[in-house]
Design a protein. Structure first.
Length: 276
């Protein structure tokens, strides 16, 4: 019997609780010359993997991410830190993977916070508390994300000089790590010279720079010029942050290769720039 057909019949027998049939399939394979122990381990492992994927898929399908993101946003606006954390803890209990929580619950909520900020409809204290709460939650989610083999490319992260916001940068960093990139995060308010120093020392492929304000975003123009002066033409420069979301051509005027509105986009852009 073909091994794939064997597995399919075995899995279907377990799924339908026809355990005698499952035992019969193992016996049949053994009669054809396959070692019984090898057959059992292989079939059970594959069946368990398939069942786990099925359970996780069903759990995700029952979650209304739009509704959960709205609740998270409301907690942030109300400065309800405990409520925000409880909502995320509940999502984890419901088997929602950290990457989905980040990109389908937290990111849309923070985009809404950014829109309120652009209209000056939210106070600085609310923005600060929303950012602080989300950063604490991100630290937890990042620690729970499974490690994947690194080596797709080396990425340098940092907030532009004079910029002391880190939430968007951390989302991008977590996404890139999750999808197999080696990431070095230089933190907040990074001088252009430090970006270039690390690009040379660490053989960096891409530099991602986050900026919340226009006047800090403008430092990217100087960074691009410095990269050219140091003959680092191969190092790609990607911008992110509110100014680039509002002005879609700003990144071009500053000499950047691309702009990434959020973590998932950053991953795809990085792969495209490296031809992966």
């Amino acid at each position: 019997m073909d091994s794939e057909l064997l597995y399919s019949k075995f899995y279907q027998s377990l799924k339908e609780e026809r355990y005698l049939d499952a035992k019969g399939i193992i016996y049949q394979a053994h009669q054809q010359g396959m070692p019984a122990g090898h057959i059992l381990v292989k079939l059970v492992n594959r069946a368990l993997d398939q069942m786990q994927k099925s359970i996780q898929s069903q759990a995700v399908q029952t979650v209304d991410f739009s509704s959960e993101s709205k609740k998270y946003f409301e907690c942030l606006v109300a400065a309800d830190r405990n409520g925000a954390k409880q909502l995320i803890d509940e999502a984890l209990k419901n088997q929602i993977v950290p990457s989905d929580i980040m990109h389908k619950i937290i990111t849309p909520a923070m985009d809404d916070i950014g829109r309120l900020q652009s209209k000056e409809e939210i106070s600085l204290s609310q923005i600060y508390l929303a950012s602080k709460t989300t950063e604490e939650i991100l630290e937890k989610l990042i620690s729970l994300m499974p490690s994947k083999p690194q080596g797709i490319g080396k990425v340098l992260l940092g907030s532009a000089f004079g910029d002391y916001h880190s939430m968007g940068r951390k989302l991008v960093g977590a996404s890139l790590r999750f999808y197999g990139f080696d990431v070095i995060d230089l933190g907040m308010s990074v001088p252009n010279e430090k970006f270039v120093e690390y690009a040379l020392k660490e053989n960096i492929n891409i530099i991602f720079v986050s900026a919340l304000l226009l006047h800090t975003a403008e430092h990217l123009k100087g960074l691009k010029q410095l990269l050219i002066e140091k003959k680092l033409h191969h190092v790609k420069l990607v911008a992110g942050g509110a100014p680039f979301n509002f002005d879609k051509e700003l990144y071009r005027r500053l000499g950047c290769d691309a702009t990434a509105p959020h973590g998932i986009a950053a991953v795809q852009i990085a792969k495209d720039l490296l031809g992966k």
